[in-house]
Design a protein around this ligand. Structure first.
Ligand code: 9MG
Length: 287
């Protein structure tokens, strides 16, 4: 085990994407237009509240906004594709000119197509474009970036018995296979962002092992997204059972991710994360 954090500047710079500045970690604010969300921030499908929350995050320094309408919490009520589009579309339309790229967290090709047509620039798919057979073509026909996330199993049951022989090698191999499928379908490598999927079909030891191996996910030149905000990883390390009270731990985990080379940090608490990153960057610049 290494005791010293890696130096992200020593990793290969991701390929240029949408004019983004890869010299620092970008902060992606999470806006859940869901009836329920594990983190306690669901906006009950209200477009107005979601739009206001996204604008507040942008004012606080968010570089990207991720909009989702389907909760992946085990036991969450399923959302139909029509419902998902009904919830997301007015929010995407209202925010299309908000000044930062919009990401849409969905597994459904029809939702992807509708939101891309309305101005979204990133598809964030926790199934790495696998769950919907039409998804790969929808993204390939657009100019959008795509987040390919690893999960083992499906959200309803994925935490029952996650199992790996070598979690890092298996997650990395899966993401490389999905990236290759994207490239074969016509998606340029610079549009592909990898994500190990912390908490998605992983035990606490699996999550910790992945968090310690983040630089390996940068080796192929893809950008790396990390989502740890308010997750059980923080709960296990702190004993805090309520996700909405895991903010300090989430900020610490985001900083760890930044030091380990994550290019995009997907977070609920944009203001606190941005402040922490600015302090870290300021100190690093002075060192
Ligand atoms: C939707 N969603 C919830 N957690 C996530 C994570 O860690 N990464 C990505 N890409 N999406 C997530």
């Amino acid at each position: 085990m290494t005791l010293l954090p890696n130096r992200p500047e020593a990793l290969p710079m991701p390929r240029p994407l949408l004019g983004w500045d890869w010299s620092r970690p970008l902060v992606m604010g999470i806006v859940n237009v869901t009836d329920d969300s594990f983190s306690g921030d669901g906006l009950k499908g209200e477009a107005g509240a979601a739009i206001a929350q996204a604008r507040a995050m942008i004012a606080a320094g968010a570089d990207l906004i991720d909009l989702g309408a389907e909760s992946t919490r085990p036991g969450a009520a399923p959302v139909s594709v029509a419902q998902e589009i009904d919830r997301l579309l007015p929010v995407v339309q209202a925010l299309a000119d908000c000044g930062v790229p919009l990401s849409v967290d969905t597994r459904h090709a029809a939702t992807m197509a509708a939101c891309l047509a309305a101005g979204a620039q990133i598809i964030n798919d926790i199934s790495a474009l696998e769950d919907d057979p039409a998804a790969l073509a929808v993204v390939a026909e657009s100019q959008a970036a795509v987040v390919l996330m690893h999960k083992q199993g499906q959200p309803a049951s994925m935490q029952q018995a996650p199992r790996y022989d070598d979690v890092v090698a298996e997650v990395l191999a899966y993401l490389q296979t999905r990236a290759a499928a994207c490239i074969a379908a016509g998606i340029a490598p610079e549009r592909i962002i990898l994500d190990p999927g912390i908490g998605f079909g992983k035990t606490q030891p699996h999550n910790i092992t992945l968090m310690q191996a983040l630089p390996r996910f940068r080796a192929d030149g893809y950008a790396l997204l990390l989502g740890v905000s308010r997750k059980s990883l923080i709960g296990h390390l702190t004993g805090e059972t309520q996700p909405s009270l895991r903010i300090p731990g989430s900020v610490a985990a985001a900083l760890w991710g930044a030091v380990q080379g994550a290019n995009i940090l997907r977070v609920h608490d944009v203001d606190k994360t941005v402040q922490a990153l600015r302090v870290w960057q300021g100190l690093a610049a002075m060192a």
